[in-house]
Write a protein that binds this ligand. Sequence first.
Ligand code: DSN
Length: 496
Amino acid sequence: MLSRASCLAAQLFAKPVARRVLLQPAANMSGYMKKLLDTNVWDNDPELYDMMKSEKKRQVGSLEMIASENFTTLSVLQCLSSCLHNKYSEGLPGQRYYGGNEFIDQVEILAQKRALEAYNLNPEEWGVNVQPYSGSPANFAVYTAVADPHGRIMGLDLPDGGHLTHGFATPTKKISATSIFFESMPYKVDPVTGLIDYAQLEKSAKLFKPKVIVAGVSCYSRALDYKKFRQIADDVGALLFSDMAHISGLVAAGVTPSPFEYSDIVSTTTHKSLRGPRAGVIFFRKGVRSVNAKGEKVMYDLESRINQAVFPGLQGGPHNNTIAAIATTMKQAKTPEFKAYATQVVANARRLASGLQSKGYKITTGGTDVHMLLVDLSNTGVSGAKAEYILEEINIACNKNTVPGDKSALNPSGFRLGTPAITTRGLIEKDIDTVVDFIDRGLKLAKEISAVSGPKLVDYKRVLHEDKTLSAKVHALKAEVTKFSETFPLPGLEEY
Ligand code: DSN
């Protein structure tokens, strides 16, 4: 695969940033103005700045393996901290409710154009809204636009790998606003294979007759069968809404199947595998939807519905600094370096899965096609929570996760791992082998601790910290992980 040097695009990394103010106070400025212009966070708010520095140190010294996280680029950080942040611009380009938006309009139009280009979409057939504050608001805007109150929605159940916004509810409580304000019915994975049970989805959809079927995941390591989703949606007259938040970087790079061919609507966050700012984007179809029995064209009406659901339906002024950051992210996503990055993300995830399997761990679905994988610890004596805790203690960040067949989302039997962030830092396959070794040693320590503590997490944490022999082993392993992690650069600003 890639050499470390070529894997790390030069523009990702910052030159040392001098501590400087951009404007010098003029002699005739009043005291409060001088103070404003002279103020920087490190002098003005050392208490907060110390926290920011600590977080930076944590990021440098840890292996970030939460599948939805990434380290964004210097260009994105510069957009986020730019003067674009200062402007209100409710409305769309050319139709704002506030003056002074000449350049903001240019920025948003550029972000829209580049978002379509990043996914090779024809602007005659697809439109895009780049204003959602993040993925959850984007998804809620989609439902608001196309499903009436109490309209029916089907999404992958949260314990099976779906996202909260796809309609999560327990038997006794509606958890997500999607299930509170709409009627949601989940579809599931096969408890044995861990794969989406499309046959059951098809049967349920015929009974439930949803308005919207969501093809999207938060924890699922295989490519989705969008063609099958389309067929099921067509059979019941539903819209197919793909939430590609996790995989949008991989889709842009062409290393995983694209949802666009089969979907009516596609949403994404921009900060996961796409490596941009924390934001959301909604793509929607335009033009002819179908031709009816009389031979008349039925047109899509998604554009105004979705735009109005975002604003004024759910949001106020768009975050223009973030929209600029989306624009530069979409430009980066078209580069050969980004394609190489996304290819390496998947290669690293596959290596991670096979490495853990070779050490005897069960990987749900038997491996991965994408950037993440799910380690199933059922019947090992170590719960997902215990695994997450020990790994955090040794500076590997991940999250506990339900595995197929788990009864409770609160006490899951597995943990999720992802490679977008560590790949941004330059890790390649041979480094992943070292990571596998760290994880394996961490989980073996978890077993040792559990043998002393018994099943309860609270006792496990106490033993981990209070048993001198065990805590010394944890500290020694943490020191190794930290030393290894610190050899990989972190993009962004040097100071924080
Ligand atoms: N929280 C994200 C994830 O981890 O999948 C999704 O919003």
